[in-house]
Design a protein. Structure first.
Length: 349
């Protein structure tokens, strides 16, 4: 099969990680291609000769459409596998030019955030031969907001690189380092994390670490400055997330909603306890007192109570939950993802 993965850019994100994994997993397959529609820093390097970026920094340029038409014809592309909104829209236009081509929409959660995109999908999805989504929660949102027929949707949970994310050789729990990792945006719940950290300001042995970048970075920095009594350290973007996880005693995911929650799987794979907001998508990954802990979303007070309970929990309970978390993370391998994806491809041939 000649497959073209189209994505908005090769910068950082879950969708980009998926494309990178698929390309590098098929490093010797010269019938697979990946095209980013524009340049965006920081650039995610993909080790495959058929990974290309269209030379444009413009987010909304349609010049790439002509390039794609020529590329598809020359390479005899059979499947367009598209992730992120602009790629999905452009592929819809390409499907009209190449009606025989198989058009796959791979929805990674943008339908949660954008009503305009959700409305656009009401038109676009009918041209798709297959619609993939990263969780049951995302599938339900597609059905509710974009009126996609449920039987058209296949759930394919994103994978985590289990060679990259693994537990330390000698794991320890000191109950002192509590972490947040994610984009610095309102929906990620960073405000509740800072408020919870402030609640523990008198416990000087505790440190709260925040990793990530995003549109509300400056607000986050000001918020930390206004709560100097709390021991909060903002580290910005972290390239080596495995090392970050392994240094922590607890990862908190206070999101208001999540399409899936790859950070939770990464931390579990590293043997780190996870405390997550009980929201759709994320609660498909983190099960309370089974492989992690959950609490009521958007509540800094309940987050504080949950952190306190975990820090005070016994090692037997904590170790059991961590072991279950590592076992659960092993189910999100690239190998299993690829096998399932190939079956989905075969179903539309």
């Amino acid at each position: 099969m000649r497959i073209l993965y189209i994505i908005d850019n090769f910068s950082l994100g879950g969708a980009q990680t998926i494309v990178k994994g698929l390309m590098e997993n098929g490093a010797e397959d010269l019938q697979i291609y990946a095209l980013a529609l524009r340049q965006k820093q920081p650039d995610l390097i993909i080790d495959h000769p058929n990974a290309t970026t269209f030379q444009s920094s413009s987010k909304y340029s349609f010049k790439v459409l002509g390039f794609l038409k020529k590329f598809i014809a020359e390479k005899k592309i059979e499947i367009l596998h598209c992730q992120l909104p602009r790629s999905i829209v452009l592929a819809y236009l390409l499907k009209r030019a190449f009606p025989e081509i198989k058009y796959i929409i791979h929805e990674q959660g943008d339908v949660f955030e954008s009503w305009a995109y959700a409305m656009l999908l009401r038109i676009i999805w009918k041209k798709a031969d297959l619609i993939l989504t990263c969780s049951e929660a995302s599938a339900k949102v597609l059905t509710r907001r974009s009126h996609v027929e449920a039987q058209k949707i296949k759930v394919l949970y994103n994978f985590v690189d289990l060679n990259r994310f693994s537990p330390p050789e000698h794991p320890t729990f000191h109950g002192q380092k509590i972490a947040f990792a994610g984009r610095i945006e309102k929906r990620k719940g960073w405000r509740e994390f800072i408020k919870a950290a402030y609640y523990f300001r008198d416990r000087k042995e505790l440190s709260f670490y925040m990793a990530g970048a995003g549109t509300e970075k400056n607000k986050l920095v000001r918020s930390i400055q206004n709560k100097k009594e709390a021991n909060i350290k903002y580290l910005g973007f972290i390239a080596d997330m495995k090392a970050f996880y392994q240094e922590m005693d607890l990862l908190v995911i206070p999101s208001h909603f999540e399409p899936m929650g790859m950070v939770a799987v990464e931390a579990m794979a590293c043997g780190i306890p996870v405390l997550a907001a009980d929201v759709p998508g994320l609660n498909e990954i983190v099960k309370h007192k089974v492989n992690g802990w959950t609490y009521t979303s958007k509540s800094a007070s309940k987050l504080s109570l949950a952190i306190g309970e975990i820090l005070d929990s016994g090692p037997e309970e904590r170790n059991t939950i961590v072991e279950h978390g590592m076992k659960h993370a092993s189910e999100f391998s690239l190998r299993d993802f690829s096998i399932k994806l190939q079956k989905f491809y075969a179903s539309i041939k």
